[in-house]
Design a binder for this molecule. Structure first.
Ligand SMILES: C[S@@+](CC[C@H](N)C(=O)[O-])C[C@H]1O[C@@H](n2cnc3c(N)ncnc32)[C@H](O)[C@@H]1O
Length: 391
């Protein structure tokens, strides 16, 4: 009986369901997908990713459907029932190639397998009412599936059109970009398209095993550091090492630090010095550096297409806490900048508290030179990068 039940649900949906429950408990979708889809066939792994990220991107709309069709507040349902309903509705409303009966049947089976057999008729009844007809949503927060406070602040800071463009971009599957070492040829089995950023390619088709995946925004901001052979770069928040690897291509030396040893281990194959250090406290260096990269921990609101759960977790209070930490990190990093050197302050956030306001508080003036990349307007994730030159 148990073996029969286990086969009733496809591996992709079973994994997606489990990951959605773990994300509700604080897990990160991309980490969980990387850890749990390795043993699946590539088609199943791709479907699991589509289901998890799709449900998280469109969560507000899916919950609106649950409330409308059941008369129940989704927040008050058991997590397993809510996750099965979101999965079912996402497939019925957003995916073309999945037969409706498979979406409904497997959602019902998932609820039963999770020990919520009593809710199976409820899930079945709700999902059978989902149609594909166009509907009018009550407001933009539901229609664009973002928290209203986030949409409002983007409108305040960037204007209405740009703000809505950001939200729409966050609902699309993001492009994948890779970095090739200067002069390297792309491997067989992948089609790449060159971009305006040197050595950065958009993946048109195929997978990229062995290639370093790094967003175009992340690659673009590094060019501001003017790296060259003979310089030493102190990379203060280095893990997982994408920008460190890019810096090494320029021929400079790199000292890479991170607070977490487990994360710094991901740089172990790079030819640089690794130091576990808390960059918000006095750092263990006697010398100063000609170049410093400070890619601070941030809210990540520039990466919501890739990390959609962030938008449901973030609070205005959390932005204030991040600001305090970022100010400490920048003050500390500036202590180590050599005369005439350059420091690049980077976030993948769209929020001024984490960007301009940090620089204003530390320098007493807005940054002279900065770049803001915005999803929907610029290719790739959103990034902020400001250059500070020491006198
Ligand atoms: C935005 S990520 C860096 C991404 C990296 N530069 C790259 O391009 O791959 C921020 C990093 O800062 C690290 N971090 C957080 N707090 C820190 C602190 N107080 N000191 C040093 N590193 C810290 C995190 O562990 C995380 O790896």
């Amino acid at each position: 009986m148990a073996a029969e039940a286990r086969t009733a649900v496809s591996p992709a949906r079973r994994v997606a369901f489990r990951i959605l429950l773990l994300v509700e408990k604080g897990g990160y979708a991309l980490d969980l997908l990387a850890a749990r889809t390795g043993r699946l066939e590539s088609r199943d792994a791709a479907l699991a990713e589509e289901l998890v990220l799709g449900c998280l991107r469109w969560q507000a709309q899916l919950d609106w459907w649950i409330a409308r069709l059941s008369g129940r507040d989704p927040a008050r349902l058991d997590a397993e029932v809510r996750a099965a309903l979101r999965l079912g509705i996402y497939q019925l409303r957003h995916l073309d190639r999945i037969p409706a009966h498979a979406a409904v049947y497997e959602a019902v089976e998932l609820v039963k397998l999770s020990g919520h057999r009593f809710a199976a008729p409820f899930v079945n009844a709700v999902l059978r009412k989902v149609g594909r007809e166009p509907v009018e949503f009550p407001d933009e927060a539901v229609e664009l599936s973002h928290p209203a406070w986030l949409l409002e602040r983007w409108q305040r800071h960037y204007g209405r059109e740009t703000a809505l463009g950001i939200a729409r971009a966050n609902l699309r599957r993001p492009e994948t970009y890779v970095r090739l070492a200067p002069g390297a040829a792309p491997p067989a089995g992948i089609v790449l398209e060159a971009t305006e950023v040197p050595n950065c390619y958009r993946v048109v088709e195929g997978r990229a095993p062995g290639l370093r995946i790094q967003d175009i925004g992340s690659q673009a901001v590094m060019t501001l550091l003017e790296l060259k052979p003979g310089l030493t770069l102190l990379d203060l928040c280095a893990a997982p090492g994408n920008k460190t690897a890019q810096a090494l291509d320029s021929g400079c030396r790199v000292v890479a630090c991170d607070l977490h040893l487990s994360r710094l281990r991901r740089l172990k194959d790079l030819p640089c010095d690794l130091v576990v250090a808390d960059a918000s406290r006095p750092l263990p260096f006697r010398r100063r550096f000609e170049r410093i990269l400070l890619d601070v921990p941030c809210s990540g609101t520039g990466t919501l297409a890739r990390n959609p759960e962030i938008k449901w977790r973030l609070t205005p209070q959390k932005l204030g806490e991040l600001h305090e930490l970022q100010v400490r990190l920048l003050r500390n990093a500036l202590e180590l900048l050599a005369p005439g050197g350059l420091l690049l302050y980077v976030t993948c956030s769209l929020e001024p508290e984490e960007n301009q306001h940090v620089l204003e508080e530390v320098l007493g003036a807005p940054p002279e030179r900065f770049v803001q990349r915005i999803p929907g307007r610029d290719p790739g994730d959103g990034f902020f990068a400001a250059v500070i030159r020491s006198s």
